[in-house]
Design a protein around this ligand. Structure first.
Ligand code: ATP
Length: 199
């Protein structure tokens, strides 16, 4: 499985539809300052379901929509499609190629698609959950964060490795199970109290 291509349209500095094709192996994006290199990484985070404007270096989510320039009017929607090569069936879906699309309008309304079919964000999260590239699992190291990773305390560094290895999903499930158990224990205590009162 590898990321095959990314198409951005109306997303941040990419007013016109632009497609980047990635080959297996390392891809480098080079360009002058402010030319939109980080916007490519933001587009990948966004299409995978990022909900925090801050994580996308904006004040509000609407900031991802092309805001216009001196020569070009603002656009009403942003759209990103990430195409993943699935010829090794790493994703649990019967397609050799999987395209995930996210669209957002100025009204704040968002739409998601898998291979052109409307779906919920949850469907995308579930599809990618074992692949290591879901919203909370893909590892994107932003500018200036590299020093942080290198100088991290061993326990924090272990956190990065666990995230990359996909342990995070199991930890989240465990936390959810513990929360349910706590709620159950609270209910049990309440039932015991009521039974005692009725005696
Ligand atoms: P550097 O090398 O300095 O880090 P970069 O190539 O990573 O730069 P980005 O941060 O990706 O550049 O892009 C910044 C550019 O994107 C700025 O020119 C900014 O005006 C433009 N930009 C960001 N959001 C929008 C938007 N919503 N509409 C139009 N342009 C935008």
């Amino acid at each position: 499985m590898h990321l095959k291509s990314l198409t951005v349209k109306g997303f941040k500095s990419f007013a016109s539809a632009t497609t980047l094709r990635f080959e297996p192996g390392v891809t480098c994006v080079v360009g002058p300052n402010g030319s939109g290199k980080s916007n490519v990484v933001d587009a990948i985070s966004w299409v995978l379901g990022e909900q925090g404007a801050k994580a996308l270096r904006g004040g509000k989510m609407e900031d991802v929509i092309f805001a216009g320039t001196a020569g070009r009017a603002p656009l009403g929607r942003a759209e990103v499609t990430l195409t993943i090569d699935n010829s090794d069936n790493a994703l649990p879906i019967d397609y050799a190629e999987v395209s995930v699309t996210r669209r957002m309008f100025r009204s704040g309304e968002s739409e998601y698609e898998i291979n052109g079919d409307s779906c919920r964000l949850l469907d995308i999260q579930e599809l990618l959950s074992d692949s290591g590239i879901g919203r909370e699992m893909h590892v994107i190291v932003g500018q200036g964060q590299l020093d942080g990773v290198l100088q991290a305390r061993p326990e924090d560094r272990r956190g990065f490795i666990e995230e990359a290895a996909g342990v995070l999903k199991h930890r989240k499930r465990k936390e959810k199970a513990i929360r349910k158990l706590d709620a159950m224990m609270a209910n049990l205590t309440r039932v015991t109290d009521l039974t005692d009162e009725l005696r």
